[in-house]
Design a protein around this ligand. Structure first.
Ligand SMILES: [Mg+2]
Length: 201
């Protein structure tokens, strides 16, 4: 099977580490540091203006990507999946940020995560890009994601395993499988139909 895997908030605890650094930056700049985790983007989570959000990310994104922690069992399950399946990591991390590719590849290597392809965001949008195109290009059977807009869009074409977060809880579809941890993902993939259903049936 060909499995697409998002990185931030799917393999890693990215929100948690962003909030740690945001507390430092926020205190230095007299900004709110109490997050509203019903939102996704930092401007909405902390109520910062775009200028501060951008400045913060430019200063701290390297540290965030380097020091984020993998979720429990993520490394182990990905290792097992890699033995039987093709893994395509697809991330909205943008190549316009300095050294983002090297940092991401270094982190994956340091954590012993092996994969077949790594696709980064090459668009002008720093934090979001159209992953459905990539899913179709790589002919993926399933995508593992946390982002609500992406999950909604991708699930029109293939099943999406969605990591449960307050910001995506409004999403529901027959093609969206909501999970809380990597062991649930492993169970779903092991039980996934071996033959793709024909959409015309
Ligand atoms: Mg994500």
């Amino acid at each position: 099977m060909k499995i697409g895997v998002d990185i931030d908030n799917t393999i890693t605890y990215t929100t948690e580490i962003i909030m740690q650094y945001a507390a430092i930056y926020g205190q230095e700049n007299g900004l709110n540091i109490v997050p509203d985790l019903n939102h996704y983007y930092i401007e909405d989570v902390l109520g910062w203006d775009e200028e501060h959000a951008h400045k913060f990310l430019l200063s701290y994104l390297g540290d965030i990507y380097r020091n984020t922690k993998p979720k429990e069992q993520a490394v182990e399950v990905l290792r097992e999946l890699k033995q039987e399946h093709e893994l395509v990591l697809i991330t909205s991390r943008n190549l316009l940020f300095p050294r983002v590719k090297e940092t991401t590849m270094g982190w994956l290597t340091n954590h012993g995560i092996d994969y077949d392809h790594l696709v980064l965001n090459t668009t002008d949008n720093m934090h979001f890009f159209d992953k459905l195109d990539i899913c179709l290009q790589y002919d993926l059977d399933i995508m593992i994601e946390d982002h609500y807009e992406l999950a909604k869009q991708i699930s029109t074409e293939l099943p999406v395993i969605l990591f449960d977060y307050p910001y995506n809880r409004h999403l529901a579809s027959d093609n969206i499988i909501r999970v809380n941890n990597w062991n649930e993902i492993k169970a779903w993939i092991n039980n996934f139909p071996k033959v793709k259903p024909n959409p015309n049936d």
